[in-house]
Design a protein around this ligand. Structure first.
Ligand SMILES: Nc1nc(=O)c2c([nH]1)NC[C@@H]1CN(c3ccc(C(=O)N[C@@H](CCC(=O)O)C(=O)O)cc3)CN21
Ligand SMILES: O=c1ccn([C@H]2C[C@H](O)[C@@H](COP(=O)(O)O)O2)c(=O)[nH]1
Length: 277
């Protein structure tokens, strides 16, 4: 996980301290962040599954959150059933988050009421490129969660905003544009989530997973996470785990937790940090 640790060190050293809109629930205080604008890191998925090892990361929560996105859900009920609490702070009294990721990925509403399943389209597009590398969709394999017409109804405007796939010599790569990135809490989740998504899409299209390229807008460390970041930067990364996807997987809407296996994950001890809301 050197690329992640290098980015963390870069922002720790060179980030500019800025006020943010976010607050800490425990004290009600506004919280500052050390921030940079515009960075990129990349992970070769053949070299291992990019799950941060310098603290213990809750892979189970990551896998369930991705399954929840892929089912098109925007209510935290599914997450709660599986003991995942990461979205609780943003949900209303009915567990609703508004038209966030699941809605935009699976049922983006066009102006005339047309419903677009962006994930199904992109999978069909990848299959077309596997058949014919010159297929016209080859450089248009994009899913966007940023729907300007619906931003105001969302509990939080999408942070992982847009992603694109590319097929090269039997390998499937994915690049994410993340407009805003909480490097200590959110980013270890985001990296693992998109790496897992790349493996899942590769599995249903008969490809090998290639690279995950992570491009950032505002990448920041909240000032209440500085001690945990320093501790993490003093630790040596451990060898990466592997991911195994059930060979029977065909339909991304129906992927289950049991079809995903993380093998050989070893990490340093957990480091707690309060999330800024
Ligand atoms: N400030 C902020 N950072 C985020 O990363 C973030 C948001 N807000 N809002 C929406 C989602 C929710 N996400 C979250 C929220 C909480 C954790 C978190 O507390 N993680 C802890 C405990 C995980 C657990 O075991 O449940 C961690 O140590 O990783 C992670 C991602 C990512 N997003
Ligand atoms: O997947 C996610 C979701 C959220 N975040 C972080 C990035 C920011 O710290 C906050 C969002 O606040 P904004 O003021 O809307 O940028 O959540 C993340 O890192 N990853």
């Amino acid at each position: 996980m050197r690329p992640y640790l290098d980015l963390l060190r870069d922002v720790r050293r060179h980030g500019v301290r800025k006020p943010t809109r976010a607050v800490l629930r425990s004290t009600g205080e506004k919280i500052d962040a050390l921030s940079v604008f515009g960075r990129q890191v990349r992970f070769d998925l053949a070299a291992g599954f990019p799950l941060v090892t310098t603290k213990k990361v809750a892979f189970n929560a990551i896998a369930h959150e991705l399954i929840w996105f892929l089912r098109g859900s925007t209510n935290i009920a599914y997450l709660r059933e599986h003991g995942v609490t990461i979205w609780d702070e943003w949900a209303d009294e009915h567990g609703e988050l508004g038209p966030v990721y699941g809605k935009q990925w699976r049922s983006w509403r066009g102006a005339d009421g047309e419903v677009v399943d962006q994930v199904a389209r992109v999978v069909a597009g990848i299959r077309a490129v596997v058949e014919d590398p010159a297929a016209s969709v080859g450089r248009r394999l994009i899913v966007s969660a940023w729907n300007p017409a619906e931003i105001e109804e969302m509990a939080l405007p999408p942070c992982h905003t847009l992603f694109q796939f590319s097929v090269t010599e039997g390998r499937l790569s994915c690049q994410l544009y993340q407009r805003s990135a909480d490097l200590f809490l959110g980013v270890p989740f985001n990296i693992a989530s998109y790496a897992l998504l790349t493996h899942l899409v590769a599995a249903v299209t008969g490809l090998e997973a290639g690279e995950f390229v992570h491009t950032f807008g505002d990448a920041h460390i909240y000032t209440n996470h500085l001690a945990q970041v320093d501790e993490q930067l003093s630790r040596d990364p451990l060898p990466l785990p592997r991911i195994e996807i059930d060979a029977g997987l065909r339909d991304l809407s129906a992927v289950s937790r049991e079809q995903i296996r993380l093998v050989g994950y070893r990490s340093h001890a957990a480091l707690r940090g309060e999330v800024a809301v």
